[in-house]
Design a protein around this ligand. Structure first.
Ligand code: FE
Length: 211
């Protein structure tokens, strides 16, 4: 995304170095333990992440009744899934799903800061917090989407959802064509965090087409 946002190419490396220095300092001062950061990282690798959202979307694709429940009562639909214990928690109090399709494309942003449904999508990418993305996402969502490579035709309405401490939104993307032969698990593998933010579509990778 650095080409869209104009970040320095070494942004990730520089941030990682800063984080390592900060972690070392906090451990040295006795503010956190040596395993504190690992515990948090493990939580986002095992319990809370886009793998949960991908399973919800895949279930919605194969089960229209579940899809209705997911949109109408998101917490109840989430409770039906056998998600890892402990996946709920911070930033997961009030999550709500919106579905693409029927002439509507949804985009989620947080105009105020970076509210995001952590249990379902994991931690947001850094550009989600970018003030320019947040402002332009409201003012000119179609242009922003185009820059992400998502062309929305004029006859499709673009709805922008502002996540906040009250509600944290995620998108149920449309099921890609020619995926009738795929299992629910294989479908889940097609669902990216970007698709669940509305800045991408769910797609079958070129290499798997016609499989
Ligand atoms: Fe926020």
């Amino acid at each position: 995304m650095s080409e869209i946002f104009g970040y320095d190419d070494d942004r990730e490396t520089a941030s990682a170095a800063k984080v390592r220095a900060l972690e070392a300092l906090l451990i040295e001062k006795g503010i956190i333990g040596s395993d504190s950061v690992d515990t948090v990282l493990k939580h986002f690798e095992v319990n809370a992440g886009p793998f949960n959202g991908a399973r919800l979307v895949a279930r919605a694709w194969v089960d229209p009744e579940f899809k209705k429940r997911l949109v109408n009562d998101t917490p109840a639909a989430i409770a039906e899934m056998n998600f890892p214990a402990g996946m709920t928690g911070a930033e997961g109090e009030h999550m709500a799903a919106v579905a693409n399709g029927d002439g509507v494309h949804n985009l989620i942003i947080c105009t105020l800061c970076s509210c995001y449904p952590w249990p379902i999508l994991g931690l947001p990418p850094y550009w989600y917090k970018d003030p320019v993305f947040r402002a332009r996402g409201v003012r000119e969502p179609r242009n922003v989407l185009k820059e992400f490579g998502v062309d929305i035709t004029d006859d499709t309405e673009v709805k922008v959802w502002d996540s906040s401490a009250q509600i944290r939104w995620f998108v149920v993307p449309e099921r890609p064509e020619h995926t009738e032969h795929l299992s629910e698990e294989e479908l889940a593998a097609l669902v990216t965090p970007e698709a669940m933010m509305g800045v991408a579509l769910a797609r079958v990778p070129e290499t798997r087409r016609g499989a």
